[in-house]
Design a protein around this ligand. Structure first.
Ligand code: MG
Length: 163
């Protein structure tokens, strides 16, 4: 088994959609970024890439690349899944914590979980999504939204040493 961690943060700004785990959340503010700025999927991708020893999303999807402007982060997650598949790695489970003072996200948790599981091609029981505020103690969660993720990968085919 291999473990990985991911963390990301994006600023909340007017005039942008708010997309978390591929689910659009009604909100006056959205997250600023080169892609759709789905901070939860970004943290998850970094956890998956970390577990696989494949660096981070900045390396795979640089924000200087026009191909990724406005792209759905779920499409980037598809690419990460392909990289894992190619290496014989499959998801054991993943756990995401979204840190946001507002909006309230609890009513979207199940939809977010189903959205990610469908995209990852796994049972929803392998995906967990949580949300918390920082009780107005954190600057990040007031000005933006942050996300943490951990992921456990399993080697689908055990590697043979020295091959
Ligand atoms: Mg990001």
């Amino acid at each position: 088994m291999r473990i990985g961690h991911g963390y990301d943060v994006h600023r909340l700004v007017p005039g942008r959609r708010l997309v978390l785990c591929g689910v659009e959340i009604p909100c006056e503010l959205g997250l600023e970024g080169h892609s759709d700025a789905d901070v939860a999927v970004h943290a998850l991708m970094d956890a998956l890439l970390g577990a696989a020893g494949l660096g981070d999303i900045g390396r795979h999807f640089p924000d200087t690349d026009e191909r990724y402007r406005g792209i759905s982060s779920l499409r980037l997650l598809d690419r990460v899944t392909e990289l894992l598949d190619a290496r014989g790695l499959r998801l054991g489970n993943c756990d995401i914590t979204i840190v946001a003072q507002a909006p309230k996200l609890y009513r979207y948790m199940d939809e977010m979980r189903r959205s990610l599981a469908a995209r990852l091609g796994c049972d929803p029981g392998r995906v967990n999504v949580k949300a918390t505020t920082e009780e107005h103690l954190g600057q990040v969660s007031t000005l933006g939204i942050a996300a943490h993720a951990v992921a456990l990968l399993e080697e689908a085919v055990p590697r043979i040493k020295n091959l």
